[in-house]
Design a protein around this ligand. Structure first.
Ligand SMILES: [Zn+2]
Length: 421
């Protein structure tokens, strides 16, 4: 039997209608629909991240005057400080009330008045956040911002690593900015993924990989495939060294029959604990709910450390193509090494919705180095990917990188492709 490796790119997740990674910033421009606002109030955590990133983008990539927005932001920060101080006291409500009652038995002091005042302060902080966020969103729309996501990540990544400041941002601030951007990502992806139920679009693919026990390698961050695995009760192995991760779903009861799934750029449901270093896999719950729910604290599954809204504890574990070359973490080393091995062993490789972009240098190197000349290659794309006159098509890129291989191109989408193979 053929040893098959399936390699998935952005097009593989197209049926789920999640935003393209490169278009994620545009998601910030859309006005939240009333029904969306009613059902899920945007959390303070999310609004704060939006404001940080929105101001950064306007300052760095537009001609918009942001002075007014910055002064609003300073006002928010002052108000928030008062709120946070009060919140710490409020967390021990009952104990505090008892103490105050005892201390003030002979006076008419009523601690409940303070709690009412605190709730009002909470509402004020929230209103200001919402107002600021909307003002920034409107400016973002008006500015017709054209910004490349890779550029933004490169700034964060390079400045943080080399401890350089970037314009008026210190590298510490850039670190918070990067985290805020990752948080927004998780939100915009997660929102769509949580409501995904188009499983029928993946039926033929799932049948095929189960029958052939293929290995899947992916450049995607989303968890559409995991959702399909869980839906179909298929065991899958992310090939993370068990010492490094803890999942809210599995107890490492994987076996030889599990389907290997290698995510080269990480995943939006992997969260790195800054306290103990463990990677938390959120497979059962909705992705990173604690990143947008003010009532839930971030908490590590391994060391149980927990954090309130203003301190980062768990960091989404995703990397962009340009970041790959600098990654020295054990986590990615293992995944990339396993991918090399699987590609070497394969005698057939099926690319699904992957266009072999020039910017994916590291992936192109990995593929070129480890795919044998005798390995058969199938490339499955859609109608609009068909070659044009400019030699700028995926077909051209595949043919030039794998000039010696036998390559077949299919333009009917992967659901149709797997119905025929
Ligand atoms: Zn931890």
């Amino acid at each position: 039997m053929d040893k098959v490796v399936v390699f998935t790119g952005a097009g593989f997740s197209a049926p789920a209608e999640i935003p393209l990674q490169s278009n994620i910033i545009k998601e910030m421009f859309y006005k939240p629909t009333p029904s969306f606002l009613e059902s899920t109030k945007e959390s303070k955590k999310l609004l704060k991240s939006f404001i940080l990133i929105g101001l950064f983008l306007l300052d760095e990539y537009s001609t918009v005057d942001t002075a007014e927005l910055h002064s609003m932001n300073r006002l928010f920060k002052r108000l928030n400080k008062i709120y946070e101080i009060n919140k710490v006291n409020n967390d021990d409500d009952e104990l505090a009330i008892e103490q105050i009652k005892k201390l003030n038995e002979r006076t008419n002091y009523n601690p409940f008045c303070e709690i009412a005042a605190f709730d009002m302060l909470d509402a004020q902080v929230y209103r200001l956040l919402l107002l600021l966020k909307e003002s920034i969103r409107e400016k973002l729309v008006k500015s017709r911002l054209l910004v490349n996501l890779e550029d933004v990540f490169t700034i964060f990544d390079k400045a943080i690593k080399s401890k350089e400041n970037w314009h008026r941002f210190s590298y510490n601030e850039l670190d918070s900015l990067e985290h805020a951007l990752l948080r927004l990502f998780t939100y915009y992806f997660g929102r769509r993924i949580n409501s995904f139920n188009n499983f029928n679009e993946y039926d033929s693919f799932i049948k095929y990989i189960e029958l052939h026990k293929v290995t899947v390698i992916s450049s995607n961050w989303d968890v559409i495939l995991e959702k399909n695995f869980i839906h179909n009760k298929i065991k899958y192995d992310l090939c993370l060294n068990s010492e490094y991760y803890k999942s809210d779903l599995r107890n490492n009861n994987l076996n030889a029959k599990s389907i290997k799934y290698l995510k080269l750029h990480g995943s939006i449901n992997w969260f790195h604990c800054l306290e103990c270093g463990t990677v938390n896999l959120i497979e059962k719950k909705d992705i990173g709910t604690y990143l947008f729910d003010d009532k839930i604290n971030e908490q590590c599954l391994q060391c149980k450390a927990s954090s309130n809204s203003d301190m980062t504890l768990l960091r989404p574990e995703i990397i962009t193509p340009t970041m790959v070359k600098d990654i020295k973490s054990q986590l990615y080393n293992n995944i990339w090494k396993k991918a090399e091995y699987e590609l070497n062993m394969a005698n057939k490789i099926i690319f699904l919705g992957y266009s072999l972009p020039i910017a994916d240098f590291e992936i192109r190197y990995l593929l070129k180095k480890n795919i044998d000349k005798k390995t058969k290659i199938d490339v499955v794309l859609i109608e609009t990917d068909k070659p044009d006159a400019n030699n700028n098509s995926p077909e051209f890129r595949f043919k030039s990188l794998f000039s010696k291989n036998e390559i077949e191109f299919h333009y009917n989408g992967f659901n149709n492709y797997f119905k025929t193979v």
